[in-house]
Design a protein around this ligand. Structure first.
Ligand code: GLC
Length: 569
């Protein structure tokens, strides 16, 4: 197995590219993306200049949640290929100077994992590997309200499934086919560490840890507050960030040798605060390199409501949130930076303007703003093309378990179908999961067969072949952004200072390191904007490193125009 040098803190100047294997490239004509498909596109990724490829799960799985329900951590699902294909992909990345980060889904397994199959037997030594609980006192198992707590699963309905055989319930914070592992049990933790060491020995360069702040649960599993009109309480508020989280992460760090091996580690942490993230990413504590916060992707929903309750997002609110994280992790810890991923809508449709006159400029400007923050940027497949949401109008078009369950649940609770469909088309995860748009052929160059989810019809205009051929495309803008990070230490490490926090259109900030000072000026609106000369450092003698509009300078900005300056001394 080839491997790469991993100098200390190499991930601080790296850019990560996320691949959702199901939707990236199909090599065998079954309409589903696979590992040899990814390998066939490595030169494209090399050209973009990314340093790391993060693979969403490719492990053996019944695919209830597209692979986030794992039935064997040490094998590849035949849908995606074989272990030998994965070895070849890793070797192909390493040959090109790129690293590979695997998705680590260890809060839960599939209910078809042998551990859980065994655990179903009340007398088995694996019984305590999962969260089995008797019905609520005074209730008959299986009856309404008999669940051990009132928690709702992230995919609707109770977070507890009743098991006739034992008369007990098991906890599943996600689908009923994703039972939660009991991390309180040291045997579980040891088995996970061993599996991780096996992957490290196989040559992987890091782990993206799925919902890792759920592994330690709040003691005594407390009931939550049920919102009006609902049956269950959102579970994460009651269960996440348990008292043993740091202990479990430190133990993993030690047992797997995360630092010794120089691995990249990023923990997905819904509900994490800046304070928690600072502790988790403080290098002195030996936990993780960085976390994925959810705060900025929860700003366009009603406060206290669910992701489906849509709200407007004024620019100052978004700026303030990123600023809080920049300041919070300025001296201790490290940020991850992302606009979208396989669980979120497309960045340009959500934070930009995907209408034809503004799509390209807004995709570029969103990229500029994000990549010029301090932290490690993540690019989700197709973001570098400015791919857009799908705008499905019928529930039959969706494949995602979250969307399908939410639709049936919300409609049964009396919500108007149009309202539910509108929220799904804005926030649904399938927006991010339509096939990668490689070219303008019938299935976007993704597959010769009908894809599992149809390609967005805008593939005829938005596709990699056209973008690579056009020096002015979103693709080449992202390529230049990635290059900037590699060439300018101030982009990776410079101090961040937000200017004009209250401006409704302009996002402007400085980054400074030693002698170098950068200024980012970005108009994040579809109207022209002007910056007051007194509000930003003078541009005399400044040079433009990267801009969205050729040949322009000064304080007037076209809709979605942005520029990165190096300021004169
Ligand atoms: C994470 C994943 C998401 C998955 C869930 C359960 O949030 O990103 O896709 O459904 O965990 O594993």
């Amino acid at each position: 197995m080839t491997s790469l040098d991993r100098p200390a803190d190499w991930w601080k100047s790296a850019v990560v590219y996320q691949i959702y294997p199901r939707s990236f490239m199909d090599s065998n004509g079954d309409g589903v993306g696979d590992i040899p498909g990814i390998t066939s596109r490595l030169d494209y990724l090399r050209r973009l200049g990314i340093d790391v490829l993060w693979l969403s799960p490719v492990y053996a799985s019944p695919m209830d949640d597209n692979g986030y329900d794992i039935s064997d951590y040490q094998d590849v699902d035949p849908l995606f290929g074989t272990l030998a294909d994965l070895d070849a992909l890793i070797a192909g990345c390493h040959e090109r100077g790129m690293k590979v980060v695997m998705d680590l889904v260890v809060n839960h397994t599939s209910d078809e994992h042998p551990w859980f199959v065994e655990s179903r037997d009340p007398g088995s030594p694996k019984r305590n590997w999962y969260w089995w609980r008797p019905p609520r006192e005074g209730h008959a198992g299986g009856a309404d309200g008999a669940e051990p707590t009132n928690w709702e699963s992230a995919f609707s309905g109770s977070a507890w499934a009743y098991d006739e055989r034992s008369g007990e319930y098991y906890l599943h914070l996600f689908s009923r086919k994703q039972p939660d592992l009991n991390w309180e049990n040291p045997e579980v933790r040891a088995a996970i560490h061993e599996m991780m060491r096996w992957w490290v020995a196989r040559g992987v360069d890091g782990f993206r840890m799925d919902v890792i702040n759920l592994i330690s649960k709040q003691p005594d599993l407390p009931d939550g507050r049920v919102p009006e009109g609902r049956t269950y309480a959102p579970a994460f508020d009651s269960v996440a960030n348990g008292p043993r989280l740091h202990e479990f992460l430190q133990e993993m760090h030690r047992e797997v040798g995360l630092s010794e091996h120089g691995l990249l580690t990023v923990g997905e942490m819904p509900g994490s605060t800046v304070e928690l993230a600072r502790d988790v990413t403080d290098p002195a504590r030996n936990e993780l390199n960085m976390v994925f916060t959810f705060e900025h992707v929860a700003l366009d929903q009603d406060p206290g409501g669910s992701k489906w309750e849509l709200a407007d997002l004024p620019l100052p609110v978004l700026k303030a949130n990123l600023d809080t994280w920049q300041r919070g992790l300025a001296d201790v810890g490290w940020n991850s930076l992302y606009w979208d991923n396989h669980d979120q809508p497309r960045a340009v449709s959500r934070f930009g303007d995907d209408s034809p006159p503004h799509r390209v400029h807004s995709a570029k400007t969103l990229g500029t703003v994000l990549h010029l923050h301090k932290g490690t940027p993540y690019v989700y497949q197709g973001e570098e093309l400015g791919m857009t949401n799908t705008y499905f109008t019928d529930i039959a078009q969706y494949r995602d378990i979250e969307a399908i369950n939410h639709h049936s649940d919300a409609v049964s609770l009396g919500l108007a179908v149009e309202v539910v469909l509108e929220a799904l088309s804005v926030k649904g995860r399938d927006n991010a999961r339509t096939p990668m748009q490689w070219d303008d052929s019938p299935h976007a160059g993704f597959s010769d067969a009908e894809p599992w989810l149809p390609a967005n019809p805008n593939k005829s205009e938005i596709n990699a072949a056209a973008a690579v051929a056009d020096p002015d495309s979103v693709f080449h803008h992202y390529r230049r952004l990635i290059e900037l990070r590699h060439l300018h230490p101030a982009v990776a490490e410079g101090r961040f200072r937000l200017l004009l926090p209250d401006d409704l259109q302009i996002w402007t900030f400085t980054r400074t390191l030693d002698e170098e000072a950068l200024l980012v000026l970005a108009n994040c609106s579809s109207e022209p904007a002007t910056v007051d000369p007194g509000d930003v450092p003078g541009l005399n003698g400044a040079t433009i490193l990267l801009g969205t509009h050729e040949g322009r300078d000064g304080l007037d900005l076209a809709p979605w125009e942005s520029r990165v300056y190096v300021l004169a001394d």
